[in-house]
Design a protein around this ligand. Sequence first.
Ligand code: GLU
Length: 327
Amino acid sequence: MDQVRGRFAPSPTGEMHLGNAWTALLAWLQVRRRGGVMVLRIEDLDPDRSRPIFTAKLLDDMRWLGLDWDEGPDVGGPYGPYRQDERRDRYEAAVAKLTAAGLVYPCYCSRAELHSAASAPHAGEHEFVYPGTCRHLSDDRAEALRQAGRRPALRLRVPDMSISFIDGVHGTVTQKLAVACGDFIIRRSDGVHAYQLAVVVDDGAMGITHVLRGDDLLASTPRQLLLYHLLGLTAPAFTHVPLLYGMDGHRLSKRQKDLSLAALRARGVSPRAIVGYLAWKACLLPEYRPASPAELIAAFDEKALPAGPIFVSDDLADFLLRESKDE
Ligand code: GLU
């Protein structure tokens, strides 16, 4: 069998938090369990939201947790560059290919949605179904809009069919793109390429065979499978793991500052306490105990991963601190 290649692909838009550590750990374990190659790719596509300082912190937090990578922005590798900001020519080549196939049209609708296209859509964020307004725009009308200084976004025409795949956690997933999202953006009106396009171009070009990520991206996968097909790329196997939620029912996010790795580190929490906790929540340990990622490789079992949301208690930081002291 070919070499297994997996990746962790964070966006450097804030401090790494427990939820990022969770997906990073599980993606790493999936690859290491199979003796594969781990790729770290920085998804700094959106110039408005990405900051180099967060990339530096992210690399540092990952190493502190005990996660390593074989290819990445700092160590290089045969499929580089490993920062999306340096790969924009590749996304443009994909746009040209799709355009030449007659699958792309300019869209002059100005909506907030156009601006969020560079980021991966996350749970709780409303997905917009494009009604196809610009699909049949007359040449005259398009010309008038151009003359008026309007710059179009580019949309991909989605076929009227269902797309199915088998997910490692969720089993068979089927979606009709026309109903779920409609024709979707592949390049914003300011020229920034969309997450959906960039992630496929990169995972395809980097020979990624296994993608493990948060299940907020489960609904994006059919869009990505369509792009794999249209661009003639081989799609990886997908595993979408549940997200971590606070007891208030909200997804843990970069906003929960006390659960950022930086804050936990600063309080004296050990990486083993964090990794052991996450592994226990992933059902890789029968009960809580501190552990390093390397100690968990043999225990990693995709079939054991829970499908439902993971709740973390409000006093988690205190618990982890106590456990760090007892070690
Ligand atoms: N960069 C995306 C994010 O941080 C993840 C993309 C992916 O794993 O496909 O949300």
